[in-house]
Every structure is written in C-alpha cells, then in structure tokens.
Design a binder for this molecule. Structure first.
Ligand code: C2E
Ligand code: CA
Ligand code: CA
Ligand code: CA
Length: 267
C-alpha cells in the first residue's frame, strides 16, 4: 500500500485479492471436507529413547485438497480456528484418532491436539466421553495436547475442564513447551501429566548452549514436578544421546519415525 498520511488507500491489490480469494475458497472447501469426512490423520511414534519402544502415537491432521493437493495443518488449522470450523473438525479428528487406536494390538496411547477453541467449549468433556464410549477406547489410552497460549486465559472453566479430563484418566500434555509466554506458575495451577519440549530447542541443542540449557532445565523442572518430559523434533542420534544423558526419557521426531498413515502403523 502507499504511504499512510495522505489518505491514499490502495483499493486494489491483485496479490492480496488473490490471497483473500484463495483463503475464502479454502474455507468453503474445508467446510465441505469436514462434512464429507475427507480429512485424514497421520500417526507419528513417540518412543522410549533408551529402548526405542513406541509408547504412543501423535495424531496429526491431514487434508488432501482435490485441486491444491496437500494443505499443511499450519494453514488449515488456523483457518478452522478463525471460522469456528475447528469444533466440527476437532470432533472428527478425535473420532478418527480413537477409532484408529482401538485397532493397535500393542495398545499404545494416542495423543490428539486440541485447539484453544475446543477447550473453551462447555461440552468438550461430554464430546470426549461420547467418542470414548462409541469407539470403546479406554480413557487411559487417550492423551490430549494443549498449548501454552490457552493458559493465558486463566479461566476457571478451562481449569475445570482439564481437571475433569484428568479425573477420567485421560492424560494431558502441555505442547510446544518453551515457545509461549505462560509463566511457570501455570504448571502448578493446571493439571498436566507431560511436557513436550518444542522442537526449536531440540534442533539447536547440539550447537547452541542456550537451547541446551533450556532443555536441561525443562527436564529438571519436569522431574521435580513429577511430569514426564518428551523432546519433540529429534532428528539425530547425537540429540538422542544428549537427551538421555540429561534424563529426558521420551522423544518424537524423524529419527524415530515420520508421521505415517493409519495403515502403516505396525499392529
Ligand atoms: P505439533 O503439534 O507441534 O506437531 C508436530 C509437528 O512437527 C508435525 O507437523 C510433525 O510432522 C512435525 N515433526 C515431527 N517430527 C519432526 C522432526 O523430527 N523434524 C521436523 N522438522 N518436524 C517434525 P505437522 O503435522 O505439519 O503439524 C503442524 C502443527 O499443526 C502441529 O504442531 C499442530 O500445532 C497443528 N496440528 C496438526 N494436527 C492437528 C490437529 O489434529 N488438531 C489441532 N488443533 N492442531 C493440529
Ligand atoms: Ca502436538
Ligand atoms: Ca509440538
Ligand atoms: Ca508446534
């Protein structure tokens, strides 16, 4: 746009216009995709770093658009959040994740990402309970991942929802730990079982002493609070060895396995 001040507003920007149209089209198509259950999940192993045993799988949403091909969750999840579509999408994801997990003979945990908008809803607990009943998955095999941003609300309702979820035996993990602005006080105020260290720290821990210090401190913090700690984005054996050396027992990342379709999850 032209410099401000002169009241010279650029009325037509073909690029912006195309962007907006593309977004509106995506929104419309996403709505249809949800209605027609065209979305899919991939599953990425979470492993015991020492034994390499798979202890769980994180469900990651996938959308293959008939024309545009794969649309990254980093694109369509925010659209779903801004338009309210996340509620229906979240329900579909939860259903698909539990239905897949019930077929795993080794009965690992399935970890599902929750958007803040889902957690703020009063009927979330009811929705989760219904899906568990319908699929037959025991609550202790389900884990819900929430992000720090949500805790900033500091709402009684979110706290109660998380509390109820945990009382049901469902695990709660704090995702992307270290990237948000939530104070450490939140760790005591909200009931978590696990901390997931964001991959930006794992990736740099070999070369950047600051990142290494953060990972080490988070592992110590987790240990003293009695929380399991999972390092995300583990790509090298050197990272795995460093993590074990500082007492981080679980990891997730390309070193252990990329996200795969439900059919490729070993039974
Ligand atoms: P996230 O929850 O932090 O998920 C981990 C992301 O890191 C995934 O990207 C995964 O494919 C990627 N990743 C895993 N290991 C490695 C590694 O070793 N190296 C690198 N470079 N990347 C790795 P993905 O599938 O593109 O998902 C991106 C984000 O989209 C997720 O981040 C999550 O915030 C969101 N998302 C995905 N599925 C869902 C969902 O079902 N519901 C909600 N609300 N959000 C979702
Ligand atoms: Ca996650
Ligand atoms: Ca994460
Ligand atoms: Ca992330």
């Amino acid at each position: 746009a032209k410099a401000a001040g002169g009241g010279c507003i650029k009325l037509y920007d073909p690029e912006l216009e195309a962007d907006l149209r593309y977004r509106q089209a995506l929104e419309r198509d996403l709505r249809l995709a949800i209605e027609n259950s065209e979305l899919d999940l991939d599953f990425q192993p979470i492993v015991d770093i020492a034994t390499r045993e798979t202890v769980g799988y994180e469900a990651l949403a996938r959308w293959t658009h008939p024309i545009h091909g794969e649309v990254a969750p980093g694109i369509f999840i925010p659209i779903a959040e801004e338009t309210g579509l996340i509620v229906g999408l979240g329900a579909l994801i939860l259903e698909l994740a539990c239905a897949a997990a019930i077929t795993w003979r080794r009965q690992q945990i399935v970890s599902v990402n929750l958007s803040p908008a889902q957690l703020r809803r009063h009927d979330l607990v009811e929705q989760v309970v219904t899906v568990l009943a319908r699929t037959g998955l025991v609550p202790t095999r389900l884990e819900l991942e929430v992000t720090e941003g949500l805790l900033m609300d500091d709402s009684e309702q979110v706290r109660n929802t998380l509390q109820t979820i945990r009382l049901l035996g469902i695990h709660v993990a704090l995702d992307d730990f270290g990237t948000g602005y939530a104070g450490l006080g939140y760790l005591c105020q909200f009931p978590f079982d696990k901390l997931k260290i964001d991959q930006s720290f794992t990736r740099k821990m070999e070369t950047d002493t600051g990142s290494y210090a953060v990972v080490k401190a988070v592992v110590a913090l987790g240990q003293s609070l009695g929380l399991q700690v999972i390092a995300e984005g583990v790509e090298t054996e050197a990272q795995a060895a460093m993590l074990l050396a500082i007492g981080c027992l679980q990891g997730q990342g390309y070193l252990f396995g990329r996200p795969v379709s439900a059919f490729e999850v070993p039974s």
